[in-house]
Structure formats: structure tokens, C-alpha cells
Design a protein around this ligand. Structure first.
Ligand code: URA
Length: 294
């Protein structure tokens, strides 16, 4: 990484530079160098951390995760979780999901055959579950990189576009630091396509109902890398109950196709916990490395 790259990355993450942190420094001793952030931990409602019900496989599998679903007729089992992206979360309630997309009773609902336009129109015709509109996704459909978040918030619900709030702005800056943009070379979507009512956590039914759409988006796009942003996305895509802390740091294989999955922090979490941005930087570099590989 050149000094210019490094500066861009630090700027994107809102980091000043590597500086000694006074509270870690014994008097007169050499300083441990840690990242210091500009931003405060203020988090608006839309940036609440993804402490939402999870979609996860019945059995956690770290080394060889099972696919979340085998076909569009199967949805991931879902579970409720209790904490944020700090690696200490636990799943506390497992909910058995009915196999299959609840609405896919006939051929017209077979999303596994749909193209982009048909899929988007099909989603728009679904029960909005109290949301204003679906948030299907945005970006380059032929991109190598697919970013998957959790669910739309208030801003996304109003605009019909994922990641347009404060967390989205940070995500865009992070992506820009590695030469990525929703305008050119990444596609961005969410696990859940409708904002949960009153901004509450998405429940198991909602995750399961929207799963076939995401699965079809992955098939149509056939990206090189999926970046799971936050714990909900990571656990759902990898069919794992493991904490984000455990899931990040290694490149996972999405089980159903030749596709790598990289797990990183949700930008809303980074806004609340700027001290973790240094780790996000590590993840960004890994993303950049992976996409530069042929
Ligand atoms: N958080 C998400 O996970 N997705 C969005 O689209 C916005 C905020």
C-alpha cells in the first residue's frame, strides 16, 4: 500500500493517523500505536447496530458452513440474537422456519427463474410488511463485489435505496478508499428488503421471506466476492451462529457456488465504536486484495 493509499484509507474511515493513545501509555514509556478516530460515538436511530433476529443454520459450522438454503424453496432457519457486532453476541431463541418461501406457491413465484427486472417487480408486488417500499438493491449488477447489509432503515425506506443514511455514507467512503463505488463496480443490497415496522428488528419470517430474492440476486450477479456487512448478514449468508468477531478475519466460501464471503463490521457499528475502525481497515485491504486477484 502506497502512502497515498494509506492516507485515503485513513480519511475514509475518519481516522486521524496512527497516534499514541495517552491512556495506554505508561509515563515515559513508548506508546502503543493505535488508531484514533475523529468521530464521536453518536449513533442516530437509523444507525442502530444490527442487534436483530438472525437467520442462521440450526448447527453452527465454522470450517465448512452449510448453505443457508439449498433452493429458493428452502429458507434459512432464523434465530433471535442479543448483542451487537462486537463479537460477544449470542443467539438466544431459535425459530424453526417453514421450508420454502411462504409466497412461492406457483410458477409465477418461482424467483429462481427470474431476471433482474422481473425479480424486482416481483418483490414490489409482495407484502410490504408495513414498509413504504421495497429496497431491492443498487449498483453495478455485473460487478465483482456484492455488499450485503441487514435491512433498510428509515432513510432507505423513504428513498428505496440501500445504505443512504449516515452509515451508508461511511460505507461509501470506505469503498471509495479501495476504488469501489456503487456507481461503477459494486452492488449493494440487504438480507431483508423491507424496513421492519417501527424500525424494529427483522423477525425470522421476514428474513426467510426475503431470502429467495437475495439468493437469486447472487445467482444473477455471480460475483467474485460477497462482503457481509455486520453480524446479521454474516450469520445469514454463512448459516452460522458464530459471532461476527469469530467470523471476520478469514475468507469464507459460500457453500453453494464458487464464491468467497468476507465478513466485516457494519458501518453503523463503526460509527458507534470508532475504535474498531482499524480492524475495518484490515478488512478493506483484504477486499482490495481479493478483487485485484484474477
Ligand atoms: N443498514 C443496513 O444494514 N442496510 C441499509 O440499507 C441501511 C442501514
Amino acid at each position: 500500500m502506497t502512502p497515498g493509499d494509506r492516507k485515503r484509507m485513513l480519511d475514509a474511515l475518519g481516522l486521524v493517523d496512527w497516534q499514541p493513545r495517552a491512556d495506554r501509555m505508561p509515563a515515559g514509556a513508548g506508546a502503543k500505536r493505535v488508531a484514533v478516530a475523529h468521530e464521536t460515538a453518536h449513533t442516530p436511530a437509523e444507525d442502530a447496530p444490527p442487534v436483530v433476529p438472525e437467520a442462521a443454520a440450526p448447527a453452527p459450522q465454522e470450517t465448512a458452513p452449510k448453505p443457508p438454503v439449498a433452493t429458493t424453496r428452502e429458507a434459512p432457519a432464523a434465530a433471535h440474537a442479543t448483542a451487537g457486532d462486537d463479537g460477544h453476541d449470542t443467539l438466544d431463541v431459535m425459530v424453526d422456519m417453514p421450508a420454502g418461501d411462504a409466497g412461492a406457491e406457483n410458477a409465477a413465484d418461482d424467483v429462481s427463474r427470474m431476471g433482474w427486472e422481473e425479480l424486482e417487480a416481483w418483490l414490489a408486488g409482495r407484502d410490504h410488511r408495513g414498509a413504504t417500499r421495497p429496497v431491492f438493491g443498487i449498483g453495478a449488477r455485473d460487478a465483482d463485489v456484492l455488499i450485503v447489509g441487514e435491512a433498510p432503515g428509515a432513510n432507505e425506506d423513504a428513498q428505496g435505496v440501500p445504505f443512504v443514511g449516515r452509515a451508508g455514507k461511511l460505507l461509501d467512503r470506505m469503498l471509495a478508499a479501495i476504488g469501489c463505488s456503487r456507481d461503477t463496480n459494486v452492488y449493494i443490497t440487504n438480507i431483508c428488503k423491507f424496513r421492519p415496522p417501527n424500525n424494529r428488528d427483522p423477525n425470522a419470517d421476514e428474513v426467510a421471506a426475503d431470502w429467495p430474492v437475495l439468493e437469486r440476486q447472487i445467482e444473477l450477479m455471480d460475483p467474485k466476492l460477497v462482503v457481509a456487512v455486520g453480524r446479521v448478514a454474516a450469520q445469514t449468508l454463512l448459516a452460522s451462529k458464530q459471532s461476527l468477531g469469530k467470523l471476520r478475519g478469514t475468507l469464507h466460501r459460500y457453500p453453494r457456488r464458487e464464491l468467497d464471503v468476507l465478513v466485516t463490521y457494519h458501518p453503523a457499528f463503526l460509527l458507534r465504536s470508532p475504535g474498531q475502525k482499524a480492524k475495518a481497515w484490515v478488512d478493506l485491504k483484504q477486499i482490495a486484495r481479493r478483487i485485484s486477484e484474477k
